[in-house]
Design a protein around this ligand. Structure first.
Ligand code: GTP
Length: 525
């Protein structure tokens, strides 16, 4: 497939708006999978995803679609919908030129629809707007089209109404992918045929026991062939002298099961196995190339920044090494976690782990249990505070110095600190109008200040607040859902730190402080 017959696209949507169902249908219509029930939601392949019905990890599938008597290679890159996983979304999108933006015909635009839409603008992607679930009795395509026009500036004529469940209009979506999305425009046409050249972006990876690291790549220039020796920009930067290279042992496309093709050409997305055995070797965002033809690396990905920290200990200390190995394996598959070692008097040796959010933490722990059979204790989640330390001769601190405090037990003595500051977020909430006042009260109660309050239709309102992150990580989402009978949707982005009056609350057991139970409390006064 020459680049002009390739389309790389993602699907983005609020949770439950039907992304996985539409992805399945696209695979089915093009014959990539059969229509039997067994194959439903093939892209949601992690056990935890099936159980929870949410997409956590981006998956990739290649589809061959015939349009106007020509075959096209459509690479579908599935993306997670939940707020905690926008890092995964962002990462998947950088391999795409366009997206399907799905909105539920009865629920309309939700907070994550907007967050995802803003991401597509950042990546300068072409958007195909889709309204799904038009088969529902409560569907209101006209109203949802108006919302999309008002809030996102989408032309209602561009919107494709579909029912992923019934299969209605699914082929129009495939046609639009071919007709409206650009082909991989970064591909230099001349480079397509040159077998000596290679520039490929490593955008995801998984681990299998016998094959080792399986890297998902987008070939940007040249070709990637079985038997090629390749190296990477990251390896080069790390150790100039070593000149380590890998031999490509297997290469192919994901349909969505891996299918060996022996070669990937410029513009194509696929997998390679090349004997990488450890987490540290398959760096997301790395550029792969032939050692004899060094290339300019693809500009770097932004590293994910954990916002929720918790400590994890094995229930039985003799399982420490096993837990460590399990964490390493899992973090290869989920690069957004940050893992450091930790020690506790009560719980022994363990790990301090940073997550992108509470759901992320929950999902990570569940995967650890299911995939690695590890039983663990996890401490109460906290956010990273900052403390500005006073200059002190005794501690050889010459000028005010800022430190990051990840757990309450690290909080320095108050007498040593000039001031503390806490991470703030900008919360975006969309709710039916009748719950407006309740939601505003909840946010004010949690230390929020109003930024905006806009009607997006005659029944729904879009609210924005600035709030302390610590107030959102514990039960904010549950409270919001119960106040609004489940109708409100919520998303957030990080904002600056703000000075705060912080104290540590310690818990004593038989007179002894148990530091794992400590938590940080803040007040306005
Ligand atoms: P996440 O992976 O959690 O982000 O969700 P998703 O967007 O992938 O949604 P999913 O495809 O899992 O669909 C959510 C629910 O909506 C499922 O119960 C689907 O059966 C249902 N659904 C999806 N498409 C349609 C549709 O066209 N019509 C109807 N009636 N239901 C649909």
């Amino acid at each position: 497939f020459p680049p002009e017959q390739v389309r790389n696209f993602g699907i983005i949507a609020h949770v439950d708006h039907g992304k996985s169902t539409l992805a399945d249908r696209l695979l089915e219509v093009t014959g990539a999978i059969s229509a039997s029930d067994k194959n439903k939601q093939v892209l949601d392949s992690l056990q935890v995803e099936r159980e929870r019905g949410i997409t956590v990890k981006a998956q990739t599938a290649s589809i061959i679609y015939r349009h106007n008597n020509e075959d096209y290679l459509l690479n579908l890159i599935d993306t997670p919908g939940h707020v905690d996983f926008s890092y995964e979304v962002s990462r998947s999108l950088s391999a795409c030129q366009g997206v399907l933006l799905i909105v539920d015909a009865s629920q309309g635009i939700q907070a994550q629809t907007l967050a995802n839409f803003y991401l597509t603008m950042e990546h300068e992607l072409e958007v195909i707007p889709v309204i799904n679930k038009i088969d529902l009795k409560t569907a209101n395509v006209e109203k949802v089209s108006q919302e999309m026009h008002k809030v996102m500036g989408i032309n209602p004529d561009d919107i494709i109404p579909v029912s992923a469940k019934k299969g209605t209009n699914v082929t129009s979506v495939l046609q639009a992918v071919v007709e409206r999305l650009p082909s991989p425009n970064h591909i230099d046409k001349a480079s397509y045929d040159s077998s000596g050249l290679l520039k490929a972006l490593l955008f995801d990876s998984t681990f299998e026991k016998y094959r080792g690291v399986i890297a998902n790549v987008l070939v940007m220039e040249g070709q990637l062939r079985k038997g090629d020796h390749i190296t990477s920009a990251w390896l080069e930067s790390k150790d100039n002298k070593a000149k380590k290279s890998y031999e490509v042992k297997d290469v192919g496309v994901l349909r969505p099961e891996s299918e060996n093709t022996g070669v990937l050409y410029a513009g194509q997305v696929g997998y390679i196995v090349c004997g990488m055995r450890s987490t540290s070797e398959a760096q997301i965002g790395d550029t792969l190339y032939h050692p004899k033809h060094p290339v300019e690396p693809v500009p770097g990905f932004v590293k994910p920044k954990p916002v929720v920290f918790g400590c994890m200990f094995p229930i039985d200390q003799t399982d420490y090494r096993e837990l460590e190995a399990a964490l390493n394996r899992l973090s290869l598959n989920d690069r957004s976690v940050l893992i450091e070692t930790a020690r506790s008097q009560a719980l022994g040796a363990g790990f301090r782990i940073g997550f992108l959010g509470l759901l992320h933490m929950d999902v990570f722990r569940q995967r650890l249990e299911q995939e690695f059979n590890a039983s663990t204790v996890m401490t109460c989640p906290t956010v990273p505070y900052k403390a500005m330390l006073k200059p002190s001769k005794k501690k050889s601190i010459k000028e005010p110095t800022e430190i990051i405090v990840k757990t309450p037990s690290e909080l320095p003595d108050k007498v040593d600190v000039l001031y503390y500051s806490q991470p703030m977020i900008i919360a975006t909430i969309i709710t039916p109008l009748q719950f407006d006042a309740d939601v505003v009260n909840l946010c004010l109660e949690r230390g929020g200040t109003t930024i905006s309050n806009t009607n997006i239709s005659d029944t729904r309102v879009l609210l924005q607040f600035r709030m302390p992150m610590s107030e959102v990580i514990i039960d904010f989402y549950d409270r919001l859902k119960s106040l609004t009978s489940g109708y409100a949707s919520f998303d957030y982005e990080e904002d600056k730190y703000e000075v705060v009056n912080l104290v540590r609350v310690d818990f004593r057991l038989n007179g002894d402080v148990v530091s794992e139970l400590s938590n940080g409390e803040w007040s306005d006064s």
